[in-house]
Design a protein around this ligand. Structure first.
Ligand code: FAD
Length: 359
């Protein structure tokens, strides 16, 4: 578990410089418009909380980068990722969710109402905050990788494996996730090539053994993918043997990149508990973070399932948690003891002093 607690340590300065005295105040601000954010928006809007939703730099989230989604319930024929996110947006805005462009760049969760800074300049206050900022798959940064994303290049075997029935695919990575992806792909693919830049795996022994025992999986040690080949769809990968520098073309129809994900949680890290990889920690069976009134949902909090339907599920949970939190706070009249600008800055200065004494 990692947290910097309620400190100013490593905290960006713009928020301290911003003037919140006339800032707009909302019941709930939802950060992110992937499946988690839109579902939280739908539920909080239907609960009459008039949520404000910030889209960030990837409106619609990860599904905007994919074509067919075949595993979201309610779409028997499948649906294109961007279409599905349009549907989510239409449903949430129909009940009054207000969506704005902008990225939350800094927050102050030291007292309520919470303070958020959008695009480093616009101050907003919120009685409750739902974080739905997702996670970004790490890619290799190859010249043709993004062009062929969704056309054979994927970062999710659970999502896209079924499209590669009886075809040869490659998996890049050497950890547990890479082994899981490779093993899952053997259900569909005729052959799975695992390319790993080292000559041994990082994966746990049990996962490695399962992969070694599977006759559909071939390991290509000390080899790195240098580019993805193909015009419309993936036709192969250019591989370099890193011990000799020799290159060759491996004909495959799919390339699965399994080198990890980065949760988009940096602005919140000074205030919220995270695991060692930066995923937000929540109390068991809930979306409560360590700060009362701040809730976390979707891939920013879930590094296990990472699916649209699970993200939507925790988005729903976060909305219900936020609604109950606000109702209880109203009933107890205990929330939002308004702090003046001076009081905020005094508290921040005191935090800094305490930090300086501790370090
Ligand atoms: C190529 C691909 C194909 C996939 N296919 C499938 C599939 O077929 N089926 C399936 O179930 N899942 C699939 N997934 C996984 C699925 O997309 C994710 O599990 C899901 O999108 C997670 O939803 P989320 O709402 O948590 O986050 P995301 O969808 O990642 O959305 C995050 C949102 O937060 C916003 N944001 C981030 N930081 C900030 C900030 N600081 N301020 C404001 N906004 C911010 C972003 O702009 C974005 O709108 C796929 C993923 C990929 C990459």
């Amino acid at each position: 578990m990692q947290t910097n607690g309620h400190t100013k340590n490593g905290h960006a300065l713009p928020l301290d410089a911003a003037d919140f005295s006339d800032a707009e105040e909302r019941q709930v601000v939802i950060i992110g418009t992937g499946p988690a954010g839109w579902t939280a928006a739908l539920y909080t809007a239907r609960a009459g909380l008039e949520p404000l939703v910030y889209q960030g730099s990837e409106p619609g989230g990860q599904l905007m980068t994919t074509s067919d989604v075949e595993n979201y319930p309610g779409y028997p024929e499948g649906v294109l990722g961007p279409q599905m996110m349009d549907d989510f947006e239409d449903q949430a805005t129909r009940f009054g969710a207000e969506v704005r462009s902008g990225r939350v760049t800094d927050v102050d969760f030291s007292g309520r109402p919470f303070r958020l800074l959008v695009d480093e300049e616009t101050p907003v206050r919120a009685r409750a905050v739902i974080i739905a900022t997702g996670a970004s798959a790490k890619y290799l940064g190859l010249e043709n990788e993004q062009r062929l994303l969704g056309r054979g290049v994927s970062a999710c075997a659970t999502c896209d494996g079924a499209f590669f029935k009886d075809q040869e695919v490659a998996v890049v990575g050497g950890g547990d996730s890479a082994m899981e992806e490779a093993l899952f792909l053997t259900r569909f693919a005729s052959k799975v090539h695992v390319l790993h830049r080292r000559d041994e795996l990082r994966a746990s022994e049990i996962m490695a053994e399962r992969a070694f025992d599977n006759e559909k999986i071939t390991f290509r040690w000390s080899q790195e993918v240098r580019d993805v080949l193909g015009e419309e769809t993936v036709e192969g990968v250019l591989v370099e043997k890193n011990k000799t520098g020799e290159t060759y073309e491996l004909p495959v129809e799919g390339l699965f990149i399994a080198i990890g994900h980065t949760p988009n949680t940096a602005p919140f890290a000074p205030w919220l508990e995270t695991d060692a990889d930066g995923y937000l920690l929540t109390e068991p069976d809930s979306t409560h973070t360590n700060v009362e009134g701040v809730f976390a949902s979707g891939d920013a909090q879930d590094h296990v399932y990472r699916q649209a339907v699970t993200a939507a599920g925790t988005g729903c949970m976060a909305a219900i948690d936020a609604e109950r939190f606000l109702a209880e706070a109203d009933a107890n009249s205990e929330i939002d003891e308004e702090r003046t600008e001076t009081e905020y800055h005094e508290a921040a200065a005191q935090d800094s002093e305490e930090q300086a004494t501790l370090s």
